[in-house]
Ligand binder design. Sequence first.
Ligand code: URA
Length: 239
Amino acid sequence: MGKFIRLDKLLADSGRWSRKEAKELIRQGRVLVNDITSRESDRKIDPEQDRVTADGSPVNWEEYIYLMLNKPAGVLTATEDKRDRTVLDLVPKEYYRPGLAPVGRLDKDTVGLLLLTNNGPLAHHLLSPRHHVDKTYLAQVDGIGREEDISAFRAGIELADGTKCLPAELEILGPGLCQVTVREGKFHQVKRMLASRGLPVRQLKRLTMGPLRLDEGLKEGDIRPLTGEEIALLLESGK
Ligand code: URA
């Protein structure tokens, strides 16, 4: 037997209506359950068995949503802020779910891959310090990386304040361009690691997080749901 959910919640979780609008829609007789009008907001629905339509179009229920954002610069990785736009302001209404939040944080001026989900337990797991998720960044830096920098990253960088980082990978892609892979998420970590080697960061872009890779077809500011395959990989990595 599947999991039961109230009819008004099912409609609201689809992201197309607020809970209040959903109740009103149901009251107006515009919602059918298995082809029969249902006017009870608290009717229990089995999302795996029952077929729900509103104004003739099917309403599918998904408990969790997973979104990939190509975060633009100038936007805060937060759920709300009094002054600045946040990544949640970039989520179209149809993808919005209660509890939706970014997984981890990118600095305001960092661009690239950001996962948003309302799957709290998974987010918690992915961010837990004990669960090391690889994250790869492309960094434009002032200066040219050297062999000694690669070795220092491999050995574990000590930041200016004495904080010790786990071993990380530095790849020199060319003058002023390198790729860094870290397994933890300290505050401004990549910038501080590179700065400690005399390579201040001009621009930072996240390319991967665990099994997820930034969809290069996604322009900065664009967002899309993860594919079934990406979700499966992510859930597998979160075990
Ligand atoms: N490291 C940083 O310094 N900044 C980010 O936004 C992410 C990782």
